[in-house]
Design a protein around this ligand. Sequence first.
Ligand SMILES: *[C@@H]1O[C@H](CO)[C@@H](O)[C@H](O)[C@H]1NC(C)=O
Ligand SMILES: *[C@@H]1O[C@H](CO)[C@@H](O)[C@H](O)[C@H]1NC(C)=O
Ligand SMILES: *[C@@H]1O[C@H](CO)[C@@H](O)[C@H](O)[C@H]1NC(C)=O
Ligand SMILES: *[C@@H]1O[C@H](CO)[C@@H](O)[C@H](O)[C@H]1NC(C)=O
Length: 255
Amino acid sequence: MIFTTAYIVLGTLLRAQALLNSNLNYQSSSRRQEYAILGIDIPLVERRAWRRNSEENAPDELNFTHSIASGDPWPESIILCTRIAPTGESDKSNVTVEGDVPLYNHVTKPYIDVDPHPICLEWSVFKTNNGTVATKSLEPFTECFDQFVVCNSENMSRLGKTETASREDDHLDKISLAVFPCSNYPKGYFNAYGNAVRRHNRDYVVHLGDYIYENADPTGERADKPPHAPFSLHDYRTRHNQYKTDPDLQLLSKD
Ligand SMILES: *[C@@H]1O[C@H](CO)[C@@H](O)[C@H](O)[C@H]1NC(C)=O
Ligand SMILES: *[C@@H]1O[C@H](CO)[C@@H](O)[C@H](O)[C@H]1NC(C)=O
Ligand SMILES: *[C@@H]1O[C@H](CO)[C@@H](O)[C@H](O)[C@H]1NC(C)=O
Ligand SMILES: *[C@@H]1O[C@H](CO)[C@@H](O)[C@H](O)[C@H]1NC(C)=O
């Protein structure tokens, strides 16, 4: 099935240009040394896409199924995330997810089939909440706004809000956190997520887990998907997708 998750690291911000450089799956977090292992070889990915004679999806068939999110703030960088795909469905991999497994590998694809349809996304970061003044670099402890757009199209994500971290030695009078634990989708609505946006100003959100539950509650309008305890990679992705479509969770993630 067709999907691309874009984890994009913004160091010095420039409008994304190259096709695959704007789709850095599992790019190392904030380019920090300790996560270098999560980085991928972009030239290799480009060569592979070229070999497959890939065909792009039409922009109007693509949907930001999980809206957008941002996190892992550092003084001059932040990670922006989105999922862009025709549907919320993922690869039907039945690989079991249990015990220690090697990291997801783009070359040997032990867990999922690599999709032959590359998706080109651009992103921008703005100083204003109407998306008019683009910024090229980030300042510490500063709010900014972000948006993804499917290349060469009008199909764009919602405008997100994000905030860089302070420098280690900065003096701050006040920092506000919204803290959440234990979010169980079938047990009720996620209005607490939405209320953190609608009613309060906060700098950051901290989720202590559980972010999803592995139980199976197959009844009611928020019945768990799949309707059994997740077991395979596809099961987990289906469950994760279900949570991620919640409007209040999407509101909190983008804000
Ligand atoms: C963006 O994609 C969605 C989902 O496929 C579609 O409904 C919408 O019309 C598209 N918007 C534009 C401006 O192409
Ligand atoms: C896009 O995804 C959202 C889930 O976030 C869904 O509610 C909506 O119906 C989808 N739109 C299209 C056109 O597929
Ligand atoms: C996954 O699918 C393959 C091929 O259909 C099958 O051989 C294998 O037993 C399945 N594994 C699991 C864990 O269901
Ligand atoms: C966008 O916001 C800025 C700053 O708040 C304001 O000066 C500008 O007029 C706004 N532009 C539009 C098109 O609304």
